[in-house]
Design a protein around this ligand. Structure first.
Ligand SMILES: NC(=O)c1ccc[n+]([C@@H]2O[C@H](COP(=O)([O-])OP(=O)(O)OC[C@H]3O[C@@H](n4cnc5c(N)ncnc54)[C@H](O)[C@@H]3O)[C@@H](O)[C@H]2O)c1
Ligand SMILES: [Zn+2]
Length: 362
């Protein structure tokens, strides 16, 4: 078992990573002093596939599990379903000392964490992530929330988990497209912070894409270490945490302009990273060989190379509306070496446009 610690003073917590790590959950719950009922928030897919594993782990802690299930999919990440979770908490008699377990991908993780953040002004929760996105990204860092009909992730709060239990074996049942989309975030971690991680992803694509869970151990662990370090330094995203948004300014524009239906998040981010690399080269921060290497790795993981029908104006408009654009100035994270990024707010409209043209690929 590997443990990565997220250092946040009195809100510090461990991330346990291993195959079969779910066996650690009873100990985690006991150490947190769980008693009475523990709520398990999950979605229909994860509940059907792995419900028994989580139920028995919670029972082994000597507490009563209360299942709170939501339909699978991003459309479930809305306030009405948070209210449903909270209704279940109330009926089960959860109090200020109770614990919620978020069991699933980022959708369930964000919703369950947000429910825990606002129930009785905040109760503790444990993340048990089951997708690549959740294991390498959303379960760590304490960003919680839901979507509004008018904007994604616009309702939320910071609420750090008490522990994260990453069981790599859950990845075996993940649909291949979900696996690949999640790997875009791992590749991103390599680009922003660690050339060795990027090189590992280049060298191990065959194993990883074939579903070799053991091959995921290093990238999941390194991703958690990188995210933990960034969050420890800048929990509320005043500075360095924005590094994690590499590819996201463009990617969020792509997601919104495609009405969140054409691409999975990681796929849109892969396109966004290609634009970020094109912009980095346009700015003279990296050379053509960097961009070629950067993009070849994304292609190895069968992530989208282009969006030929892309409505560039709609993408730019969505980028401007994105909550990360402050006072009309768009902020870009660009690479100046493999494993290192910088922030720029001085980008001309024409440069944004040509970075997007690089992924229209017509
Ligand atoms: N809080 C953060 O910092 C943060 C960071 C990144 C992403 N997010 C959020 O995360 C969400 C995306 O997360 P996601 O990609 O995990 O999506 P998801 O939670 O919708 O999961 C993807 C699909 O895989 C299924 N699934 C989950 N685990 C499975 C397993 N082990 N086997 C088989 N199927 C499984 C789910 O039911 C779902 O259908 C978005 O809402 C995004 O905004 C949050
Ligand atoms: Zn992302």
């Amino acid at each position: 078992m590997t443990t990565v610690q997220v250092e946040l003073e009195n809100r510090s917590y461990p991330i346990y990573i291993d195959r079969g790590a779910i066996s650690q959950l009873p100990t985690v719950l006991k150490e947190l002093g769980a008693s009475g009922s523990v709520a398990i928030c999950t979605d229909s897919n994860v509940g059907n596939l792995h419900g028994d594993a989580i139920l028995s782990a919670v029972r082994e802690a000597g507490v009563q599990p209360v299942m709170c299930m939501t339909p699978a999919g991003e459309q479930s990440k809305r306030f009405a379903n948070v209210e449903s979770f909270i209704g279940r908490f109330l009926k089960a008699g959860l109090d200020r000392s109770s614990i919620v377990v978020a069991f699933g991908g980022g959708v369930v993780g964000d919703m369950a964490a947000f429910s825990a953040a606002i129930y009785m002004r905040g109760i503790r929760f444990v993340q048990v992530p089951t997708t690549v996105v959740a294991q390498v990204d959303s379960s760590v860092g304490g960003k919680t929330g839901v979507n509004h009909a008018l904007a994604k992730n616009i309702i939320g709060s910071f609420h750090q988990p008490s522990a994260v239990v990453v069981d790599l074996d859950f990845l075996s049942s993940l649909p291949p497209r979900e696996l690949r989309a999640g790997l875009a975030e791992v590749i991103k971690h390599g680009i922003i912070a660690d050339e060795a991680l990027f090189a590992y992803m280049e060298s191990n694509a065959d194993k990883i894409l074939a579903g070799d869970v053991e091959a995921m151990r290093y990238p999941v662990q390194r991703s958690c270490e990188i995210k933990a370090a960034v969050v420890a330094e800048d929990e509320r995203e005043h500075g360095v945490r924005a590094n994690l948004n590499y590819g996201h300014t463009f990617g969020h524009g792509v997601e919104a302009a495609s009405k969140y239906t054409k691409f999975l998040h990681g796929e849109a981010i892969a396109l966004g990273m290609r634009s970020a690399a094109a912009l980095s080269r346009d700015l003279g921060l990296v050379d053509a060989a960097f961009e070629q290497r950067h993009n070849a790795c994304l292609t190895q993981y069968e992530l989208p190379e282009s969006w030929p029908e892309m409505p560039i104006d709609a993408v730019i408009e969505a980028m401007r509306r994105d909550k990360k654009a402050r006072a009309g100035k768009m902020k870009f994270v660009v690479a100046d070496a493999m494993g290192h990024v910088v922030h720029r707010t001085d980008i001309e409209d024409s440069q944004v446009r040509s970075a997007l043209e690089a992924i229209r690929g017509s």
